[in-house]
Ligand binder design. Structure first.
Ligand code: NAD
Ligand code: UFG
Length: 356
């Protein structure tokens, strides 16, 4: 019996594949490489010394998905595949709705057809909209600030309806806070397309000299130093949370939501300092206007995952920064040999590869 990982070549998926293989799971991985590289698959094999079947298919391709389920004995699915850039989702909402929602709909339809009813789904702290109370528990009010967030909310609702209709389903919805860092081998890590949107990859690219300086988005938030606070979680801790969720879904039916975070928030300037200490590099920065849509503070109450899954995040901020820096130093261009020529990019018409 195998676990299917959708989006397994991506940032969180690749780290989860490694932890599953290390724990002796048999896995099957699917990805269309719209935001990742085949090299990631090679490196998962290199780190673990284990082999697995990879399917280069698009989740929207129902026939190929159905064939894959016929060819394999799949007992559970961890569903990472999807698009995740907030700004892009505002420019291309239809692509986000079809990639995130229709693909999940297709996946669940095929799972039901093949009587595979154990699912772990990647949701996001973005479903808490603009939180007003902290730390954020699973009972906080929900809301979406952009099309990306709305796709996650809609999928959560869809999964709850699915369980209502058939109580053989066992579904864990994991709301991630801010994943950072990389595997300590330095072989896999986050490989954003173009200029990074997220803080940690931006910092590492400034430190390595690819970017001149960090723009800190606002210093007038109601926080100690005025910059935004987030709950940064090491991607390997996050990956291990999926193993716990998988064990849980195998043992019981139901639909449960869990926050995966550390419970501790760091400001942007605290992150810059922690990174400088871990790397020995200076990270020049300037303060600019707040980024539209950003919330001031976001950090988790992770108690439900501790009690319900027996999971806590163990890695501290120093390790997150050291591992992110090792990955960046060993792979200045991410997984690409020629950065400019083989990057996928999104337009209203779909994905293209090459120079824009
Ligand atoms: P990622 O882009 O690195 O990985 C997603 C993978 O899915 C990529 O390899 C991409 O090629 C693949 N994919 C996309 N559409 C596909 C399709 N139609 N068919 C097949 N493969 C497809 O992103 P990630 O950071 O690893 O995120 C994984 C999941 O976690 C996403 O659902 C994301 O929304 C969610 N999430 C991420 C974060 C974060 O900050 N990284 C935070 C909260 C939630
Ligand atoms: N920031 C900067 N400069 C940058 C990038 C970010 O100052 O160049 C600041 C932001 O304003 C924010 C903090 O750093 O205060 C973190 O920003 P990120 O973009 O790294 O992360 P977000 O919390 O904005 O969003 C991320 C994902 C979302 C996801 C959310 C919650 O990008 O998709 O975490 O999981 F929904």
């Amino acid at each position: 019996m195998a676990v299917l990982i959708t989006g397994g070549a991506g940032y969180i998926g690749s780290h989860t594949c490694v932890e599953l293989l290390n724990a002796n799971y048999e896995i099957i991985v699917l990805d269309n490489f719209s935001n990742s590289k085949p090299e990631a698959i090679k490196r998962i094999k290199e780190i673990t010394g284990r082999s697995f079947t990879f399917y280069p298919i698009d989740l929207l391709d129902e026939d190929s998905l159905d064939k894959m389920f016929r060819e394999n004995d799949i007992e559970a699915v961890i569903h990472f595949a999807g698009l995740k850039a907030v700004g892009e989702s505002i420019d291309f909402p239809l692509t986000y709705y079809s990639t995130n929602i229709i693909s999940t709909l297709t996946l669940c339809t095929i799972m039901q057809r093949h009587h595979v009813k154990n699912l772990v789904f990647s949701s996001s702290a973005t479903v808490y909209g603009t939180p007003e109370t902290f730390p954020i528990s699973e009972k906080n009010p929900l809301g979406a600030l952009n099309p990306y967030g709305r796709t996650k909310l809609m999928i959560e609702e869809m999964l709850k309806d699915l369980y209502q209709s058939d109580q053989d389903w066992s579904i864990s919805i994991l709301r991630y806070f801010n994943p950072v860092g990389a595997h300590d081998s330095g072989l896999i890590g986050e490989d954003p397309n173009g200029n990074p949107n997220n803080l940690m990859p931006y910092i590492t690219q400034v430190a390595i000299g690819k970017l001149n300086e960090l723009s800190v988005f606002g210093d007038q938030y109601p926080t100690a130093d005025g910059t935004g606070i987030r709950d940064y979680i090491h991607v390997v801790d996050l990956a291990l949370g999926h193993l716990k969720a998988l064990e849980k879904t195998a043992l019981s039916s139901g639909v449960e939501v869990y926050n995966l975070g550390t419970g501790k928030g760091y400001s942007v300037l605290e992150m810059v300092k922690a990174f400088e200490k871990a790397s020995g590099k200076q990270v020049p920065f300037k303060i600019v206007s707040p980024r539209p849509g950003d919330v001031a503070i976001c950090y988790a109450n992770p108690d439900k995952a501790k009690v319900g899954l027996g999971w806590i995040a163990k890695k501290q901020i120093d390790e997150m920064c050291e591992d992110a820096w090792r990955w960046q130093k060993k792979n200045p261009n991410g997984y690409s040999k020629n950065y400019n020529l083989d990057r996928p990019y999104l337009t209203g018409e779909g994905f293209f590869v090459g120079n824009k």
